[in-house]
Write a protein that binds this ligand. Structure first.
Ligand code: ASN
Ligand code: ZN
Length: 321
Protein backbone atom coordinates (compact mmCIF):
# COMPACT_ATOMS: atom_id res chain seq x y z
CA UNK A 1 0.00 0.00 0.00
CA UNK A 2 0.89 3.67 -0.20
CA UNK A 3 1.59 3.74 3.52
CA UNK A 4 3.83 0.67 3.35
CA UNK A 5 5.87 2.33 0.64
CA UNK A 6 6.33 5.45 2.75
CA UNK A 7 7.49 3.43 5.71
CA UNK A 8 9.79 1.39 3.52
CA UNK A 9 11.37 4.58 2.24
CA UNK A 10 11.84 6.00 5.67
CA UNK A 11 13.31 2.78 6.99
CA UNK A 12 15.80 2.79 4.11
CA UNK A 13 16.44 6.46 4.52
CA UNK A 14 17.36 6.03 8.16
CA UNK A 15 20.51 4.19 7.16
CA UNK A 16 21.59 7.24 5.19
CA UNK A 17 21.70 8.85 8.61
CA UNK A 18 25.14 7.32 8.96
CA UNK A 19 26.38 8.23 5.51
CA UNK A 20 27.64 11.65 6.52
CA UNK A 21 27.19 13.69 9.66
CA UNK A 22 23.51 14.36 9.95
CA UNK A 23 21.52 16.26 12.46
CA UNK A 24 17.97 15.15 13.02
CA UNK A 25 16.07 18.32 13.79
CA UNK A 26 13.22 20.33 12.32
CA UNK A 27 9.79 19.44 11.05
CA UNK A 28 10.42 15.87 9.91
CA UNK A 29 7.35 14.49 8.18
CA UNK A 30 6.88 10.76 7.94
CA UNK A 31 3.56 11.02 6.08
CA UNK A 32 4.99 12.52 2.89
CA UNK A 33 6.67 10.49 0.16
CA UNK A 34 10.09 11.51 -1.12
CA UNK A 35 9.80 13.89 -4.06
CA UNK A 36 6.57 15.39 -2.69
CA UNK A 37 7.44 18.91 -1.77
CA UNK A 38 5.55 20.93 0.80
CA UNK A 39 5.63 24.71 0.62
CA UNK A 40 3.96 27.33 2.75
CA UNK A 41 4.11 31.05 2.13
CA UNK A 42 3.42 33.63 4.83
CA UNK A 43 2.92 37.39 4.58
CA UNK A 44 4.56 39.62 7.22
CA UNK A 45 2.53 42.57 5.86
CA UNK A 46 5.58 44.86 6.28
CA UNK A 47 6.05 43.85 9.92
CA UNK A 48 8.96 41.86 11.34
CA UNK A 49 7.03 39.17 13.20
CA UNK A 50 7.75 35.70 11.76
CA UNK A 51 6.32 33.74 10.15
CA UNK A 52 3.33 36.09 9.63
CA UNK A 53 -0.07 35.28 8.15
CA UNK A 54 -0.41 32.05 6.11
CA UNK A 55 -1.33 33.01 2.54
CA UNK A 56 -0.56 29.97 0.36
CA UNK A 57 -0.05 26.26 1.10
CA UNK A 58 1.02 23.39 -1.14
CA UNK A 59 -1.47 22.79 -3.93
CA UNK A 60 -3.33 26.07 -3.43
CA UNK A 61 -4.04 28.11 -6.59
CA UNK A 62 -1.85 31.16 -7.30
CA UNK A 63 -2.35 34.29 -5.23
CA UNK A 64 -2.94 37.81 -6.60
CA UNK A 65 0.36 38.76 -4.98
CA UNK A 66 3.30 38.17 -7.31
CA UNK A 67 5.82 37.98 -4.43
CA UNK A 68 3.81 35.08 -2.95
CA UNK A 69 3.81 33.23 -6.28
CA UNK A 70 7.49 33.86 -6.96
CA UNK A 71 8.47 32.58 -3.50
CA UNK A 72 6.26 29.51 -4.04
CA UNK A 73 7.37 28.71 -7.59
CA UNK A 74 11.10 29.21 -7.05
CA UNK A 75 11.11 27.24 -3.79
CA UNK A 76 9.44 24.50 -5.87
CA UNK A 77 12.10 24.64 -8.59
CA UNK A 78 14.84 24.55 -5.94
CA UNK A 79 13.24 21.51 -4.27
CA UNK A 80 12.90 19.79 -7.66
CA UNK A 81 16.53 20.54 -8.57
CA UNK A 82 17.88 19.04 -5.34
CA UNK A 83 15.59 16.02 -5.61
CA UNK A 84 15.98 15.24 -9.31
CA UNK A 85 19.62 16.18 -9.84
CA UNK A 86 21.19 15.48 -6.45
CA UNK A 87 18.72 12.96 -4.99
CA UNK A 88 18.20 15.14 -1.96
CA UNK A 89 14.76 15.28 -0.34
CA UNK A 90 14.49 18.95 0.73
CA UNK A 91 16.79 21.03 2.93
CA UNK A 92 17.31 18.33 5.55
CA UNK A 93 17.08 15.39 3.10
CA UNK A 94 14.07 14.23 5.11
CA UNK A 95 11.34 16.23 3.42
CA UNK A 96 11.46 19.39 5.53
CA UNK A 97 8.60 21.76 4.72
CA UNK A 98 9.79 24.89 2.92
CA UNK A 99 8.47 27.96 4.72
CA UNK A 100 8.87 31.45 3.27
CA UNK A 101 7.76 34.87 4.47
CA UNK A 102 7.30 37.71 1.98
CA UNK A 103 6.82 41.47 2.57
CA UNK A 104 9.15 41.39 5.55
CA UNK A 105 9.70 44.88 6.96
CA UNK A 106 9.37 48.24 5.26
CA UNK A 107 11.55 48.74 2.17
CA UNK A 108 13.70 45.92 3.50
CA UNK A 109 16.79 45.51 1.31
CA UNK A 110 17.65 41.84 1.83
CA UNK A 111 16.56 38.23 1.90
CA UNK A 112 17.78 35.65 4.39
CA UNK A 113 17.50 32.15 5.81
CA UNK A 114 16.91 32.48 9.56
CA UNK A 115 17.77 28.89 10.48
CA UNK A 116 14.19 27.70 9.97
CA UNK A 117 12.73 29.54 6.99
CA UNK A 118 13.30 31.98 4.13
CA UNK A 119 12.50 35.66 4.57
CA UNK A 120 12.18 38.20 1.74
CA UNK A 121 12.09 41.98 1.80
CA UNK A 122 10.35 44.12 -0.82
CA UNK A 123 13.45 46.22 -1.49
CA UNK A 124 13.47 49.99 -1.16
CA UNK A 125 12.57 50.60 -4.82
CA UNK A 126 15.63 52.88 -5.11
CA UNK A 127 18.44 50.30 -5.16
CA UNK A 128 16.65 46.96 -4.91
CA UNK A 129 13.41 45.59 -6.28
CA UNK A 130 11.60 42.80 -4.41
CA UNK A 131 13.96 39.93 -3.56
CA UNK A 132 11.63 37.17 -4.79
CA UNK A 133 12.22 38.32 -8.38
CA UNK A 134 15.33 36.21 -8.84
CA UNK A 135 15.27 32.43 -8.67
CA UNK A 136 18.99 32.29 -7.87
CA UNK A 137 18.45 34.53 -4.84
CA UNK A 138 15.73 32.17 -3.60
CA UNK A 139 17.88 29.08 -4.26
CA UNK A 140 20.79 30.86 -2.53
CA UNK A 141 18.75 31.30 0.66
CA UNK A 142 17.47 27.71 0.59
CA UNK A 143 21.02 26.43 0.13
CA UNK A 144 21.97 28.12 3.42
CA UNK A 145 19.51 25.64 4.92
CA UNK A 146 21.22 22.70 3.19
CA UNK A 147 24.63 23.87 4.41
CA UNK A 148 23.25 24.20 7.94
CA UNK A 149 22.21 20.52 7.92
CA UNK A 150 25.44 19.31 6.28
CA UNK A 151 28.93 20.89 6.52
CA UNK A 152 27.55 23.65 8.78
CA UNK A 153 30.30 26.00 7.56
CA UNK A 154 30.97 28.61 10.27
CA UNK A 155 29.71 32.00 9.06
CA UNK A 156 32.99 33.88 9.47
CA UNK A 157 36.20 34.27 7.47
CA UNK A 158 37.10 31.62 4.90
CA UNK A 159 34.59 28.99 6.10
CA UNK A 160 31.91 31.71 5.94
CA UNK A 161 32.98 32.67 2.41
CA UNK A 162 32.72 28.97 1.46
CA UNK A 163 29.23 28.92 2.99
CA UNK A 164 28.27 31.97 0.89
CA UNK A 165 29.88 30.46 -2.20
CA UNK A 166 27.94 27.20 -1.84
CA UNK A 167 24.74 29.26 -1.80
CA UNK A 168 25.82 31.11 -4.95
CA UNK A 169 26.89 27.87 -6.67
CA UNK A 170 23.56 26.13 -6.14
CA UNK A 171 21.67 29.40 -6.70
CA UNK A 172 23.30 29.67 -10.13
CA UNK A 173 22.79 25.96 -10.86
CA UNK A 174 19.07 26.05 -10.07
CA UNK A 175 18.70 28.99 -12.49
CA UNK A 176 20.75 27.22 -15.19
CA UNK A 177 18.78 23.97 -14.68
CA UNK A 178 15.43 25.74 -15.05
CA UNK A 179 16.68 27.54 -18.19
CA UNK A 180 18.46 24.42 -19.52
CA UNK A 181 21.66 26.40 -20.06
CA UNK A 182 25.14 24.94 -20.45
CA UNK A 183 28.06 26.42 -18.51
CA UNK A 184 29.01 28.44 -21.61
CA UNK A 185 25.51 29.82 -22.13
CA UNK A 186 24.94 30.93 -18.53
CA UNK A 187 25.52 34.52 -17.35
CA UNK A 188 26.95 33.45 -13.95
CA UNK A 189 25.40 36.57 -12.41
CA UNK A 190 23.72 36.25 -9.01
CA UNK A 191 20.62 38.43 -8.72
CA UNK A 192 20.54 39.52 -12.35
CA UNK A 193 17.81 42.16 -12.67
CA UNK A 194 17.44 42.64 -8.91
CA UNK A 195 18.66 46.25 -8.98
CA UNK A 196 16.35 49.07 -10.10
CA UNK A 197 17.20 50.81 -13.35
CA UNK A 198 18.80 53.61 -11.28
CA UNK A 199 21.72 51.39 -10.32
CA UNK A 200 24.75 50.96 -12.53
CA UNK A 201 25.14 47.21 -12.34
CA UNK A 202 23.94 43.87 -13.74
CA UNK A 203 23.39 42.08 -10.44
CA UNK A 204 24.79 41.55 -6.97
CA UNK A 205 27.73 39.23 -7.80
CA UNK A 206 29.48 37.78 -10.83
CA UNK A 207 30.89 34.27 -10.49
CA UNK A 208 32.65 34.61 -13.83
CA UNK A 209 34.25 38.00 -13.10
CA UNK A 210 34.03 38.70 -9.37
CA UNK A 211 34.38 42.43 -8.67
CA UNK A 212 32.59 43.56 -11.84
CA UNK A 213 28.87 43.13 -11.05
CA UNK A 214 28.29 46.82 -10.25
CA UNK A 215 30.07 50.15 -10.07
CA UNK A 216 27.63 52.77 -8.89
CA UNK A 217 27.86 56.24 -7.29
CA UNK A 218 25.59 55.23 -4.38
CA UNK A 219 26.51 51.57 -3.94
CA UNK A 220 30.19 51.90 -4.78
CA UNK A 221 32.07 49.20 -6.61
CA UNK A 222 31.58 45.43 -6.28
CA UNK A 223 34.25 44.52 -3.68
CA UNK A 224 34.77 40.86 -4.59
CA UNK A 225 38.27 39.51 -5.23
CA UNK A 226 38.79 36.90 -7.96
CA UNK A 227 42.15 35.68 -6.66
CA UNK A 228 43.53 34.67 -3.27
CA UNK A 229 46.23 37.37 -3.44
CA UNK A 230 43.42 39.94 -3.05
CA UNK A 231 41.73 38.22 -0.10
CA UNK A 232 39.92 40.71 2.15
CA UNK A 233 41.19 40.31 5.70
CA UNK A 234 39.17 42.97 7.56
CA UNK A 235 36.29 42.43 9.98
CA UNK A 236 33.40 43.87 7.94
CA UNK A 237 30.73 41.43 6.75
CA UNK A 238 31.74 38.68 9.20
CA UNK A 239 35.27 38.78 7.88
CA UNK A 240 34.18 39.29 4.28
CA UNK A 241 31.85 36.31 3.77
CA UNK A 242 30.07 38.02 0.85
CA UNK A 243 33.38 39.50 -0.38
CA UNK A 244 35.81 36.57 -0.39
CA UNK A 245 33.16 34.20 -1.78
CA UNK A 246 34.33 35.62 -5.13
CA UNK A 247 37.38 33.34 -4.94
CA UNK A 248 35.60 29.95 -4.56
CA UNK A 249 32.83 31.22 -6.88
CA UNK A 250 35.37 31.81 -9.63
CA UNK A 251 36.95 28.38 -8.94
CA UNK A 252 33.54 26.78 -9.50
CA UNK A 253 32.96 28.76 -12.69
CA UNK A 254 36.40 27.78 -14.04
CA UNK A 255 35.91 24.09 -13.20
CA UNK A 256 32.39 24.00 -14.67
CA UNK A 257 33.36 25.70 -17.93
CA UNK A 258 36.51 23.57 -18.31
CA UNK A 259 34.43 20.40 -17.86
CA UNK A 260 31.77 21.77 -20.21
CA UNK A 261 28.13 20.87 -20.75
CA UNK A 262 25.54 21.39 -18.03
CA UNK A 263 27.33 22.61 -14.91
CA UNK A 264 25.01 20.72 -12.56
CA UNK A 265 25.85 17.34 -14.04
CA UNK A 266 29.49 17.06 -12.98
CA UNK A 267 30.85 20.19 -11.27
CA UNK A 268 27.61 20.58 -9.30
CA UNK A 269 27.68 16.96 -8.19
CA UNK A 270 31.34 17.21 -7.08
CA UNK A 271 30.67 20.35 -5.02
CA UNK A 272 27.50 18.83 -3.55
CA UNK A 273 29.14 15.60 -2.37
CA UNK A 274 31.93 17.66 -0.81
CA UNK A 275 29.35 19.83 1.00
CA UNK A 276 27.28 16.84 2.11
CA UNK A 277 29.95 14.37 3.17
CA UNK A 278 33.37 15.94 3.50
CA UNK A 279 33.58 19.60 4.39
CA UNK A 280 33.68 20.54 8.07
CA UNK A 281 32.42 23.64 9.87
CA UNK A 282 35.95 25.07 10.04
CA UNK A 283 37.08 24.17 6.50
CA UNK A 284 39.16 26.92 4.86
CA UNK A 285 39.83 27.51 1.15
CA UNK A 286 42.88 25.26 1.02
CA UNK A 287 41.21 22.31 2.72
CA UNK A 288 38.08 22.79 0.58
CA UNK A 289 40.20 22.81 -2.59
CA UNK A 290 41.84 19.54 -1.52
CA UNK A 291 38.55 17.89 -0.52
CA UNK A 292 36.72 18.98 -3.68
CA UNK A 293 39.61 17.72 -5.85
CA UNK A 294 39.56 14.39 -3.99
CA UNK A 295 35.82 14.04 -4.52
CA UNK A 296 36.32 14.75 -8.24
CA UNK A 297 38.86 11.91 -8.34
CA UNK A 298 36.53 9.53 -6.50
CA UNK A 299 33.58 10.30 -8.78
CA UNK A 300 35.36 10.52 -12.14
CA UNK A 301 38.73 8.81 -11.60
CA UNK A 302 42.17 9.77 -10.34
CA UNK A 303 43.81 11.89 -13.03
CA UNK A 304 40.53 12.25 -14.98
CA UNK A 305 39.85 15.39 -17.00
CA UNK A 306 37.19 16.31 -14.45
CA UNK A 307 39.66 16.09 -11.57
CA UNK A 308 42.28 18.07 -13.52
CA UNK A 309 39.70 20.76 -14.29
CA UNK A 310 38.93 21.11 -10.58
CA UNK A 311 42.59 21.21 -9.55
CA UNK A 312 43.43 23.79 -12.26
CA UNK A 313 40.46 25.91 -11.24
CA UNK A 314 41.68 26.23 -7.64
CA UNK A 315 45.24 26.91 -8.81
CA UNK A 316 44.03 29.68 -11.14
CA UNK A 317 42.42 31.52 -8.20
CA UNK A 318 45.60 31.22 -6.17
CA UNK A 319 44.59 28.38 -3.87
CA UNK A 320 47.32 25.82 -4.39
CA UNK A 321 46.70 22.21 -3.42
N1 ASN B 1 21.07 37.72 1.69
C1 ASN B 1 22.16 37.53 2.61
C2 ASN B 1 22.69 36.11 2.47
O1 ASN B 1 21.95 35.18 2.28
C3 ASN B 1 21.72 37.77 3.98
C4 ASN B 1 22.84 37.64 4.90
O2 ASN B 1 23.71 38.49 4.93
N2 ASN B 1 22.91 36.58 5.67
O3 ASN B 1 23.86 35.92 2.60
ZN1 ZN C 1 23.99 34.10 1.68
Amino acid sequence: SEQMRDWAFHTLNLSSEFRGRRRVVGNVNFAVSPGEKRRTIFDAETGQQLPGKLVRSEGDPPSNDEAVNEAYDSAGSTYDFFYEVLERNSIDDRGLRLDSTVHYGVKYDNAFWNGDQMVYGDGDGEIFQRFTKCIDVIAHELTHGVTQYEASLKYFGESGALNESMSDVFGALVKQWVKKQTADQADWIIGEGLFTEKVKGVGIRSMKDPGTAYDDPVLGKDPQPAHYKDLYSGVKDNGGVHINSGIPNKAFYLAATAIGGYAWEKAGKIWYIALRDRLRSSSDFKSAALIISQVAGELYGEGSNEQKAVQNAWEQVGVSL
